[in-house]
Design a protein around this ligand. Structure first.
Ligand code: BGC
Length: 754
């Protein structure tokens, strides 16, 4: 209770939570308000409350009497989920609900292409509409804070700027094609272990500069119509009843005019939730059903608040045209146009980390290619306990290679290891022991077979990595090692055939210490959707050049990454000094002191690394990485030159325009992703060593030079002033650093902000 009071008082005394004192974004949803007045005036309290909770597992009610259709939701974020029992999770077994499986979040982010994110959104919306759905439960845009995070594969990036650009693209793509997005999970759902109980303790600045930007951008720049409150608490308050997050920041500051739905089972109260800004309790009616009617009648919450929540839903309902039941589901969900988008994204997402001249694969003399690894034949559209896609088809890596290579090579396959399978419930020690023995027997057989294949091949294509049982919603990975004994297997393969090309189909970072030196070439090809196998084969044989760039840092070892290095994950290790500093800096506004004393609690995650997430940490602390953020090779080479800016000194409202010349100095066409980082030379505030502020993906033919313009509004260089609770300028000398990754800066220039 005391915490609540401190928190609310802070809100009252600090009305300046606003962005840049700019005018608040005006949502086009506001145009329906007059019409909505008329609708609400005809509704009884019971009818209104009926709209504020689930009707079915993925439906919330409209009002039949007044001709208001139900709102139909679909998971998201990387394919339209199959039709399910109205009140359960089991599929209905339809034929026509097979959807396109789009590459998952980290794959999309690896394209570094807001245009492809837009296409992706377009594709998602088209399939949602074929199925009669109004709102897609995506994009999933939490920041990848810890490499082990169970949903890293669903989320986009460790960097807020890259995440923001893609979130805007995705949102526009969806909403320009007739469906609404639901930005999830607002906010700070950065771990899956204890996600339903964990309390994220975080300072204002990191929240504003690192974790909020993708949400803010999707609201302010793309007018997102929906958001999902996260399971966890933020600074002591459940996200679904978090006045600061929902009412103050999302609605008042950013101008969000749409509806907030709870994550499934993530509602905790009646009056608190409805007052704080939650519109719909999913997928039940424990709090926003009869309990709400009773609360209104008892005077605990006014009917005006209920009206407001109904209004916000109606705005979305009126903006998104309902599809009558008889018009939906007439055709197969997955369609060629969307499959093409899935291919385009997949083919531009694959990241080449290493290539000692073995790629593209030479097929001239009909080589024997030994494809080894269970990931070569695994389906990644579903698994674990996350939202799956019942996909029309998914081309596995092995199928893709066979499709594209045909009889130009002899392809032989060995599974190599038994992949991890997700299982519910606990096993007895006897069962576990029996399983272990059986596994060892199988493993020996699989290894033997793999080594025989490797020995007779010209080249080994090792296709390993995680799968959807390893990276899963609901739990984080214990470590980032390759599962199923893959390191051991590759060591043995290298002893019989060192000509190894390794492809990892993972959605998150793996430990590469064993696999990197033993591989002549190394690639990440993600959980890459319906067309993933074809895209991979096209890259491997050189039909296209690889062009993906890492959306996250790959650490040398897990313990180097910030939340691990500081003991902030798993929770429970108190770093009193860092934490005390944070508390002092932000006072009680976002850091209730009672919470501080609880920081040994396993349900408390102290974000004491503050803004030093991902490369910001590694760069600032000078920690060596395995591969830096933004890294990725192509089959060509590029030369960066001629860095110019339009001025030398910039005022607060100026735009820094940077031009560079990029030349393809290799022999094949390829895309380069030019990245601009900003380093502060003499700041008044503390900053990370450098931060991504602009980027551009440019296709260039061999021998061709292109002038590339990259722009940074000086406003985008502001910091969140925790004392003023507002964005502020830190006008100082800066260095713009242009390069091919966070670890490969090619050109620099000093500028002055005044
Ligand atoms: C997930 C959401 C998802 C919902 C419905 C929850 O467990 O966190 O992302 O949309 O389930 O499937």
């Amino acid at each position: 209770m005391r915490i609540a009071k401190i928190f609310l008082m802070a809100l009252i005394v600090s009305p300046l939570m606003g962005s840049t004192a700019d005018k608040v974004h005006q949502s086009k949803l506001l145009q329906y308000d007059k019409q909505i007045d008329g609708i609400i005036s005809q509704m009884t309290l019971e009818e209104k409350v009926e709209m504020l909770h689930a009707k079915f597992m993925f439906v919330s009610a409209g009002n039949e009497r007044l001709g208001i259709a139900d709102v139909k939701y679909a998971d998201g974020p990387f394919g339209i989920r199959e039709e399910m029992q109205p009140k359960g999770w089991a599929g209905l077994g339809w034929e026509t609900d097979k959807a396109t499986f789009f590459p998952t979040g980290s794959a999309l982010a690896a394209t570094w292409s807001p245009e492809l994110a837009y296409q992706y959104g377009t594709g998602m919306a088209r399939e949602a509409r074929l199925r009669g759905k109004d709102m897609i439960l995506g994009p999933a845009i939490n920041i990848q804070r810890i490499p082990t995070g169970g949903r890293t594969y669903e989320y986009l990036s460790e960097d807020p700027f890259l995440s923001s650009r893609l979130a805007v693209g995705y949102t526009n793509g969806v909403q320009e094609n007739g469906a609404a997005v639901c930005l999830k999970h607002f906010a700070l759902n950065n771990q899956e272990n204890n996600r339903g109980t964990v309390n994220a303790i975080i300072g204002e600045r990191a929240m504003r500069e690192i974790y909020f930007p993708p949400f803010r951008a999707a609201v302010e720049e793309a007018d997102a119509f929906g958001a999902m409150s996260a399971y966890n608490k933020v600074n002591g308050f459940w996200c679904a009843e978090n006045e600061i997050l929902l009412n103050k920041i999302l609605r008042q500051e950013w101008g969000f005019a749409g509806m907030v739905i709870s994550d499934w089972g993530g509602t905790h109260s009646t009056v608190g939730s409805v007052k704080a800004g939650l519109n719909v309790e999913m997928p039940s009616k424990q709090y926003l059903g009869q309990a709400l009617i009773d609360s209104v009648k008892a005077g605990k919450v006014s009917e005006e608040i209920v009206n407001l929540r109904v209004r916000e839903i109606l705005r979305v309902r009126l903006a998104i045209k309902a599809i009558p039941e008889k018009e939906a589901n007439k055709e197969m969900t997955s369609q060629p146009a969307q499959q093409k988008i899935a291919y385009d994204v997949a083919s531009k997402s694959i990241v080449l980390l290493k290539n000692e001249g073995v790629l593209p694969l030479q097929l001239k003399n009909k080589p024997i290619i030994a494809v080894i690894g269970a990931n070569a034949t695994q389906i990644m559209a579903s698994g674990g306990m996350g939202a799956g896609v019942k996909t029309l088809y998914e081309v596995t890596p092995l199928e893709g290679l066979k499709n594209r290579i045909g009889d130009k090579a002899e392809i032989i396959f060995a599974k190599g290891y038994e992949p991890v399978k997700f299982s519910w419930g606990r096993k007895t020690p006897e069962q576990l022991e029996k399983e272990k023995q059986e596994k060892e027997l199988v493993a020996n057989e699989l290894i033997k077979e793999a080594l025989e294949m490797a020995a007779k091949a010209n080249v080994v294509l090792f296709i390993g990595g995680d799968n959807r049982s390893v990276e899963t919603e609901g739990s984080d990975r214990k470590d980032i090692f390759l599962p199923s004994g893959q390191d051991e297997l590759i060591r043995k393969i290298a002893a019989v055939n060192p000509n190894i090309v390794t492809v990892l189909t993972s959605g998150a970072p793996n430990d590469l210490n064993v696999v990197k030196p033993l591989s002549k070439a190394l690639l990440i090809s993600w959980f890459n959707g319906t067309e993933g196998g074809n895209a991979l084969a096209d890259v491997l044989i050189g039909n296209i050049s690889p062009s993906g760039r890492l959306p996250f840092t790959i650490p040398v070892k897990l313990e180097d990454s910030p939340a691990y290095a500081l003991g902030n994950y798993p929770q429970g290790i108190k770093k009193a000094d860092v934490f005390a500093k944070l508390v002092a800096e932000t006072e009680t506004v976002d850091k209730p002191k009672d919470e501080a004393s609880k920081s040994n609690d396993p349900n408390t995650a102290n974000y004491s690394e503050e803004s030093l997430v991902g490369y910001r940490w590694f760069d600032t602390k000078n920690v060596k990485v395995m591969y830096p953020f933004g890294y990725g090779l192509t089959y060509s080479t590029f030369e960066y030159s001629g860095l110019k800016t339009n001025k030398e000194k910039y005022g607060k409202d100026d735009v820094i325009s940077i031009s560079i010349v990029l030349k393809n100095t290799g022999k094949v066409a390829a895309d380069e992703v030019a990245q601009v980082y900003v380093h502060r030379i003499n700041p008044s505030e503390e900053w990370p060593q450098k931060e991504l502020k602009a980027f551009s993906r440019i296709p260039i033919n061999p021998g061709e030079s292109k002038t590339v313009i990259l722009e940074i509004p000086v406003k985008n260089l502001q910091y969140w002033n925790g004392k003023k609770h507002a964005w502020d300028d830190d006008l100082c000398k800066i260095e713009v650093e242009v390069g091919a990754s966070a670890g490969d800066i090619k050109l620099k220039k000093e500028l002055t902000l005044k």
